[in-house]
Design a protein around this ligand. Structure first.
Ligand code: DX5
Ligand code: ZN
Length: 234
């Protein structure tokens, strides 16, 4: 089961973000990964919660139809996410991650995502303290730590968020939970080792993979480095 593949067992999950793909050539971008990725990260933006607009459920549905074996990791950066979880679940999202800042009723929302048959994820902006999500950690399959302010690809990693990863790893052990820790924003070949060493299980990368001329080669280079450092046993 994809959700069980984590550093604890094998190595980090690599999730290229489609935000760095050519919108007119998404299929070619997926092909350019050469099957070396683990998941596909889909960034959904509404122009309200974040100052940018991207995709809707139609893209997720098309991805599921054409690539049924892909794990679709859907990151909702929208206001009122309760209005959108059903269409994205129906479209075929595997992981459905919502921002704690976007809803008044996070507990209810996460329970509903699970009822709809998706794996619930929770995420938080760089300025949001991680303690706010501690009461819902038992409900989620994944915590996404945003390492840039959401809305755009190609931004610089914000190092202050590393402390959140350390807290999450500690809470995961003391409470005997098994959620994955994902990191998103400004990750690339130069800092991936540091975040994996800190406990991240899932690496979202936009510009560092699909923003490059040869995405499959980039993933190969990353896996080689991770293996050499003993951080990937696959
Ligand atoms: C930002 C998105 C990210 C974005 C990351 O709001 O959530 O998934 O694609 O892009 P890079 O890896 O270029 O920072
Ligand atoms: Zn994202």
């Amino acid at each position: 089961m994809a959700g069980k593949i984590s550093l604890k067992n094998k190595g980090p999950i690599i999730a290229p973000s489609l935000l760095s793909a050519d919108p007119l050539a998404v299929s070619e971008s997926i092909k350019s990964l050469g099957g070396l990725h683990d998941w596909i990260h889909v960034d959904v933006m509404d122009g309200h919660f974040v100052p940018n607009i991207s995709y809707g459920p139609a893209l997720v549905s098309a991805l599921k139809k054409h690539y049924p074996a892909e794990v679709l990791d859907v990151h909702l950066m929208v206001d009122s996410p309760e209005n959108f979880i059903e269409p994205f679940a129906e479209a075929g999202a595997d992981y459905l991650t919502v921002h704690v800042e976007s809803t008044r009723h996070l507990h209810r929302l996460l329970c509903r995502i699970k009822e709809l048959g998706c794996k619930p994820g929770v995420t938080l902006n760089p300025a949001t303290p991680v303690e706010i999500i501690r009461p819902v950690l038992h409900l989620v399959d994944m915590v996404l730590v945003m390492s840039v302010n959401p809305g755009f690809g190609g931004q610089s990693f914000i190092p202050e968020v590393m402390q959140k990863i350390i807290s999450l790893c500690r809470w995961r052990i003391v409470s005997d939970l098994d959620f994955l820790i994902e990191i998103d924003g400004g990750i690339g070949i130069d800092n991936m080792q540091e975040v994996v060493r800190s406990g991240c299980d899932v690496l979202v990368m936009g510009s560092a993979i699909l923003g490059k001329a040869e995405p499959a080669e980039e993933i190969m280079k990353m896996r080689k480095i991770l293996k050499e450092e003993g951080l990937d046993e696959r």
